[in-house]
Write a protein that binds this ligand. Structure first.
Ligand code: SF4
Length: 166
């Protein structure tokens, strides 16, 4: 087993690292804002590629939801699902698109269950991926709240519960 996979199966450790990083970045957010998020983009993007790439197989979607997916990157799902699993999971828990691959969302739910109360975020409904943020820094997008702006025509996730069907 690779060291990355070993760590992925211990989402509590990764959750603690995530929270520590979040706390540090929030504490320096005023300084980062003064320096300019755009100017810092390249630096943060490189940092995320080098750290989250090997660890999570991060695809640099720019709107990280690892904390809501058992610290399992949803963009490694061949369908790029942000809510899952789909209905195609095989009886052995593998992917219908890539039969040799364990379903990313089965892993996500298993790992979320190991995260205690923090794992409950997997029940949140996630909006679709905003492709405009591809290859940008998700940390900077969180701090600047750029990841909260949805394309025109998209409804808020908060409104999904009142959408009428049929
Ligand atoms: S959710 Fe997006 S930012 Fe987070 S690890 Fe996956 S591709 Fe990277």
């Amino acid at each position: 087993m690779s060291s990355a996979r070993w760590l992925q199966d211990r989402p509590g450790v990764l959750d603690a690292a995530y929270r520590a990083t979040h706390t540090v970045l929030q504490s320096v957010e005023p300084l980062l804002r003064r320096l300019g998020f755009e100017r810092l983009g390249g630096l943060f993007e490189t940092g995320e590629r080098w750290s989250k790439g090997p660890l999570f197989d991060c695809q640099m979607c720019g709107q990280c939801i690892l904390h809501s997916t058992g610290m399992t990157c949803p963009m490694t799902c061949p369908k790029n699902l942000r809510n899952g699993p789909c209905g195609g999971v095989r009886a052995n828990g593998h992917c219908e698109v890539k039969p040799e691959m364990p379903c990313v969302w089965v892993l996500a739910w298993e790992r979320a269950a190991k995260m205690g109360d923090h794992g409950n975020e997997i029940h949140l409904i996630q909006p679709p991926v905003d492709r405009r943020l591809q290859d940008t820094s998700s940390w900077l997008n969180t701090l600047s709240e750029r990841d909260q702006f949805r394309p025109a025509g998209w409804i808020s996730v908060d409104d999904i519960g009142v959408v009428q069907h049929g």
